[in-house]
Write a protein that binds this ligand. Sequence first.
Ligand SMILES: Nc1ncnc2c1ncn2[C@@H]1O[C@H](COP(=O)(O)OP(=O)(O)O)[C@@H](O)[C@H]1O
Ligand SMILES: [Mg+2]
Length: 267
Amino acid sequence: MLELAAREGRATTDADLGKSPFAIRGLTVAYGEKPAVFSVDMTVPEGSMTAIIGPNGAGKSTMLKAALGILRPLSGQVTVFGRPLDEVRDQIAYVPQRASVDWDFPTRVIDVVLMGLYRELGLLGRVRMRHMARAMDCLRRVGMHEFAERQIGQLSGGQQQRVFLARALAEDAELYLLDEPFAGVDAATEKAIIAVLKDLKTAGRTVVAVHHDLSTVRDYFDHVFLLNVRKIAEGPVDEAFTPETLQAAYGGRLAISQHDLFSRNRS
Ligand SMILES: Nc1ncnc2c1ncn2[C@@H]1O[C@H](COP(=O)(O)OP(=O)(O)O)[C@@H](O)[C@H]1O
Ligand SMILES: [Mg+2]
């Protein structure tokens, strides 16, 4: 594992760090005695689409939550374009893993998206026409504008995921962090979501997503970060997403054949 991490290409410099929309240094997180994430460094290139990959329990969600200050790490620093996280929170939009959201109380779809405008609205701000128009526009981008008045709890999982993405779009952030955005969604929703993410990239935004489907990594992403408690590899897909690094991250647990991953989609 350690040899592979060392082989990930040239070392990052301070200049890389300053330009990176999301850089993590020395992140260690533990729930009990045993670290779930150990001494992780990550440097996301600006304008990239980066997949965070690793087996179940590898610490992917933990890493994102700790990097965002939702969980308290034992150690580590996070910078956004070289600045400490606390100064630049408004440049980050985060879409948590869907299973972690429970909608028992009645909330309309449009209200969920309006939550994405909270920085503009403030706690008691009045929702004006222009806010409504922006929220509707975000719903249109994910194909959910006809559901604006529905209760979020009445939607399918895939539809809910689109609404959460619309809320993130409303935040108009520089950096989008998504935890398994395609988990449990149908093919149409997956297509809709990836199209929106690629549009964000085209607009110069940076997208980082925890991703579990190894067969689509090459189509969807240009960079990868492989994690299994420690960093296994990081870099452009062609360099860091290899039989070697996958073996190191997944060991015997790789469900999909290497042939499927590396014989197709090689351009
Ligand atoms: N709230 C928690 N309390 C205790 N252990 C946790 C908690 N959340 C996650 N873990 C453990 O931490 C490890 C990493 O979990 P997680 O970050 O959810 O992995 P991943 O997202 O890669 O599947 C797992 O062993 C998991 O069981
Ligand atoms: Mg997870």
